[in-house]
Each structure stands twice: as structure tokens, then as C-alpha cells.
Design a binder for this molecule. Structure first.
Ligand SMILES: *Cc1c(COP(=O)(O)O)cnc(C)c1O
Length: 380
């Protein structure tokens, strides 16, 4: 029998979360962001849940090919555009739309031979200082693209640095709106956080409020995968999101320890009273963060408890005290949920575990290790 560790992907939950994102911006079209292999879930595994998206946004050409291979004939957007000239040939062949964020990409387009002009998304660096033309150079880049026979429609995009936090999007919106006011083309602005926090449905007469926005294409990523973009200010429950990945395993040993006994490498946990611990077949080589300290939440038989001591490569320890207190018999073979949904329906949000590790749900789902078997849950 293989080790009992298992990741379960829930495409129906992905579908639910996509609908949630759409409700926040009902007039916009939706790019389902599936970069990084659908945030570690596997593009093929979540595809059914994302069929109602208007397009797929990603970075890697091989991922774009995989989406086409799944039979998707609608729009696909390369969020970082092309990396070298010959990528444009694949864009022509697979009908990929691509971001244009620098002069080198315009040069490559100008030299590209194609019968069908490309749909491009011209990216502005409105303050994030990662990709894009500065506001000063944006309009000349637009004019240059517009003059190219290789280019069809030009859409306008930017990306927010603080949509999830107190600084918000207002400063970047002002820059973007000022520079693009009279330029034609569709706009794509909002990631998950901006979609949930800063979009007000049309009809609320809110278009004039400087920190709400209307966008022709929203670009939700993390919400599709059931994680709150602004945890812990809001939880996934607050936003009405469902977990899309469950990481589960089983107890493979128990130890009854006395007061003063220590647990695991470095003796990081020392018992203050006698207790029984369960040893779980899950460690950092499975993608569970090694930095999670004693006290990280975990579900045993669907009941909440905590980890004890350091996470090792293949194992971690959990406190069975609350289960014993409830009179539950647990031991070898008992189900453990590291994040996601337990068999009894209890949910442990990936964001809570991420918070313990000082990181975000994004990183945990993307870091699921290749050695973990993955099952697709057809039920939910
Ligand atoms: C990753 C990414 C997104 C999605 O971001 P989330 O925070 O996961 O919603 C949107 N736009 C761009 C340009 C991205 O790179």
C-alpha cells in the first residue's frame, strides 16, 4: 500500500468560486488565471470547473498548449507575453493573445511574419514596478503597436500592488485613467483582491468613486482556488469560497508521552502534561511547510487540534488530547486533514495553515510536492 498521503481536487468547488468572482463583477468578462499549473491544482483537473470562464490566462506556452489540447477554442492570454521571437509563431498558430510590456516585445512583433494580426494587451506599470510601460511611455508604445500590421486590437491592462491591503488601488487607478482616458480598447485591471474588494456592480452608480473600478476583463486567480486574497482581514468563509484542494493523510503511529518529554527534531515541543500524540504521514517533502510551528491547526477525524514540534521530511506530530477529551478513539489509520475538507464535512482553510507558516495560501497550493498522489473528486 502506498503512503496514505493524498491531495484531492474539487472541480465543483472551483466552479462555485468562479461564480462567486463573477457575481462581484457581473458585467465583466472573466479570465480564469491558471498559471503555475492552476496554482498547483493541475490545469486538466480543474478545467471542468472553469468551463464557464470567458478565457484562460497563464504564462507558459506549454500550459497554453495544454488548454488548447483540452478543446478550449476561446481566448487564451499570455500574462507576461512572449519571451523570445519564435514564441510569436506559436501565438499565431494557437491563436494566443499576449501581453506586451516592453520595447523588446514590440520589436519582436514588428519583425514577426503572420497572416493573422495578433490581439495584444498593452501593459502599464502604474506603480507596481514589475512589468509594463511607465505612464510617460505608455502612449508612445500604444502608437507604435497601433501602427504595426501584425497587431489587431489593443487592450489595456495594469496590475495592482495593494488591492488586498490598506493602500488600495486608488493611486494606480488615477494614473491609469489619466493616461488611457481617450484610448480605445478593452480594459483588464482586477486580480482577485481588486475584484472582491474594489468592484461595485453597475447600477450602484459607483463608477465615479475613485477607488472602485469597472473593468472589461477581470483576472481572478486565487479566489478560484478557494483562498481569501486578503486573509486574515477576511476569511474564505467571509467571501463565500469553498476549498478546492484537500491535503489529507493518516496517523501511522501514536506515542504516549510524559511531562517533560520532547517531540521531534530539535526538541521544539516539550510536554507540560502527559499526552498522546499521533504521528502523521505528511512532511515538508510533501509540500507541508517546515516552518509551521507547534500549534498549527490540523483536523484529526474532522476535529480541530494542533501540530506538535518540528515538521520533518516525511512526518509530523499532532496532539490527540482534544479527541481523547471528547471520548473519541483515534489511532493508527485515523484520517488527518492538513487543509481542506474532512470526511465529516469540517473545513480547515489553507489560509490558516499558511498564516502559521508566515505565508499565503498561494504558496502552499503551488508547493504541493510531485510525490503526493492526486485524486479528482467528482462529487464536490
Ligand atoms: C497572477 C496574476 C493574476 C491573478 O492574481 P490573484 O491574486 O491570484 O487573483 C492577475 N493578473 C496578473 C497579471 C497575474 O500575474
Amino acid at each position: 500500500m502506498p503512503r496514505p498521503i493524498l491531495a484531492t481536487i474539487h472541480p465543483a468547488a472551483v466552479q462555485h468560486n468562479l461564480a462567486r468572482a463573477r457575481r462581484a463583477a457581473p458585467d465583466a468578462k472573466t479570465w480564469a488565471v491558471v498559471k503555475a499549473n492552476a496554482y498547483g491544482h493541475g490545469i486538466e483537473r480543474v478545467f471542468e470547473g472553469l468551463r464557464s470562464a470567458d478565457g484562460f490566462a497563464l504564462l507558459d506556452l506549454d500550459e497554453a498548449q495544454r488548454v488548447r489540447h483540452l478543446g478550449w477554442r476561446g481566448p487564451i492570454l499570455l500574462l507576461e507575453g512572449v519571451f523570445e521571437a519564435r514564441d510569436l509563431e506559436l501565438c499565431s498558430r494557437l491563436d494566443l493573445w499576449h501581453a506586451v510590456h516592453c520595447d523588446a516585445q514590440i520589436d519582436m512583433l514588428a519583425a514577426h511574419k503572420t497572416n493573422v494580426p495578433h490581439r495584444v494587451f498593452l501593459k502599464m506599470n502604474s506603480g507596481m514596478n514589475r512589468l509594463g510601460f511607465t505612464p510617460e511611455r505608455f502612449r508612445s508604445a500604444w502608437a507604435r503597436l497601433n501602427a504595426l500590421p501584425q497587431v489587431d486590437e489593443i487592450s489595456l491592462m495594469t496590475h495592482f500592488s495593494d488591492a488586498d491591503g490598506p493602500r488600495g488601488i486608488r493611486h494606480q487607478m488615477q494614473v491609469f485613467n489619466e493616461v488611457t482616458r481617450d484610448l480605445p480598447g478593452e480594459r483588464s485591471l482586477s486580480n482577485s483582491a481588486a475584484t472582491l474588494r474594489h468592484t461595485v456592480p453597475a447600477g450602484d452608480n459607483a463608477t465615479d468613486a475613485p477607488d472602485t473600478l469597472m473593468s472589461d476583463w477581470i483576472r481572478p486567480g486565487i479566489v478560484l482556488y478557494g483562498s481569501a486574497p486578503d486573509h486574515p482581514e477576511h476569511t474564505s468563509l467571509d467571501w463565500g469560497l469553498l476549498p478546492t484542494m484537500t491535503l489529507s493523510s493518516k496517523i501511522i503511529a501514536t506515542q504516549a508521552i510524559e511531562t517533560g518529554a520532547s517531540v521531534g527534531y530539535g526538541s521544539k515541543f516539550v510536554a507540560e502534561h502527559p499526552l498522546t500524540l499521533g504521528v502523521v504521514a505528511c512532511g515538508y517533502a510533501d509540500g507541508y511547510p517546515r516552518v509551521c510551528p507547534t500549534g498549527t491547526p490540523v483536523l484529526v477525524a474532522g476535529q480541530r487540534t494542533r501540530t506538535l514540534g518540528r515538521v520533518s521530511m516525511d512526518m509530523l506530530a499532532v496532539d490527540l488530547t482534544p479527541l481523547h477529551a471528547a471520548g473519541q478513539s483515534v489511532g493508527f489509520g485515523t484520517e488527518v486533514t492538513l487543509w481542506g475538507r474532512a470526511s465529516n464535512g469540517a473545513v480547515l482553510g489553507i489560509d490558516e495553515v499558511a498564516q502559521s507558516a508566515g505565508t499565503l495560501g498561494y504558496e502552499l497550493m503551488c508547493a504541493l510536492a510531485p510525490r503526493v498522489p492526486v485524486l479528482v473528486d467528482d462529487g464536490c
